[in-house]
Design a protein around this ligand. Structure first.
Ligand SMILES: NC(=O)C1=CN([C@@H]2O[C@H](COP(=O)(O)OP(=O)(O)OC[C@H]3O[C@@H](n4cnc5c(N)ncnc54)[C@H](O)[C@@H]3O)[C@@H](O)[C@H]2O)C=CC1
Ligand SMILES: O=C(O)[C@@H]1CCC=N1
Length: 268
């Protein structure tokens, strides 16, 4: 297997580290190239044993998959590198938010099978949620699904649903991390110092995540199990404006999904 990553940044590294840690590919199957961050890419070569090259002809020779993992704005420069050497059997897989299959096809001037995936950086711990959609001629889907399931769970969606998946799970962890940040800052308002606030929040989040993983209960039942009648949790929840919080989250998700739509129109 030869998997070539154009881009070795946050998302690409979460994917190839996830794949390697789960032993679905050998480090020698992974080929990395980037525009910048030479130091970082050499770190991956030295520490993981992956290949690094800036020779596009060599990179793309006999490649099974080429993964487009630059920012959407860098895609024209990536396409210029790939276009001359892309072989007809190579499957193209894009992680770029908002860049449509038809745009990738147009920029690469190719009829190759193309898939779009929307993972998240939890791939690094094998817990990404991956949206995936395919071009009509991407027939050999099982192998790609198997590769993706090595670093998370996968849902197949129509391409126009990618905007919502991007908001919900591509960006979603960032929204949750932001809430954790705000929680820690609020603990400092309560009187904890920064170190204590971070320690308490971090362990609270880890514990709650493990409960979600291990328990069969719904979020709502987990919450109810903590809430004594006329107790402290009830007092806190009464002060928390649930409808207001929901409105804020809906606004957040709509803004992210709209940005994905805007990105897809930028290149029309
Ligand atoms: N970071 C995240 O949580 C997620 C990111 N994505 C998507 O993944 C893509 C990458 O995002 P990040 O990894 O966060 O960005 P990043 O900035 O960390 O990495 C971008 C990479 O693209 C490379 N690059 C730029 N121009 C290039 C060129 N001409 N040739 C080869 N490589 C080139 C850069 O050197 C760098 O390695 C974006 O399109 C984003 O929409 C998707 C899901 C989640
Ligand atoms: O912020 C972004 O545009 C990318 C896509 C999903 C997560 N990060």
């Amino acid at each position: 297997m030869k998997i070539v990553f154009y881009g070795a940044g946050n998302m690409a590294s979460a994917i190839f580290i996830g794949m390697i840690e789960n032993c679905v590919v050998a480090p020698s199957d992974i080929y990395l190239t980037s525009r910048s961050m030479q130091e970082k890419i050499m770190f991956f070569k030295e520490n993981l044993g992956v290949n690094v090259s800036y020779d596009d002809q060599d990179l793309l020779k006999d490649a099974d998959y080429v993964i487009l993992a630059s920012k959407p704005q860098s895609f024209p420069s990536v396409a210029d590198r790939i276009r001359p050497y892309l072989e007809p059997e190579t499957k193209v897989v894009s992680v770029m938010a908002g860049t449509q299959i038809k745009t990738i096809r147009r920029e690469l001037k190719t009829e190759n099978p193309i898939a779009r995936i929307m993972p998240n950086t939890n791939a690094m711990v094998q817990h990404s949620v991956n949206g995936i959609s395919y071009s009509g001629n991407f027939t050999d889907r099982d192998e790609l699904i198997e590769l993706m399931e090595s670093f998370g769970t996968t849902v197949t969606v129509e391409e126009d649903e990618m905007h919502n998946i991007t908001a919900a799970t591509g960006s979603g962890s960032a929204f949750l991390y932001y809430i954790y940040e705000m929680y820690a800052e609020s603990l400092m308002e309560l009187g904890f110092d920064e170190e204590e606030a971070m320690f308490l929040t971090r362990n609270l989040v880890i514990g709650a995540g493990k409960m979600v993983e291990d328990s069969e209960l719904s979020f709502s039942d987990l919450r109810k199990n903590i809430t004594s009648k006329h107790g402290t949790t009830e007092a806190g929840l009464d002060a928390l404006d649930g409808d207001g919080l929901k409105r804020i989250l809906i606004k957040t998700l709509n803004a992210a999904a709209s940005r994905s739509e805007e990105l897809s129109k930028d290149d029309e």
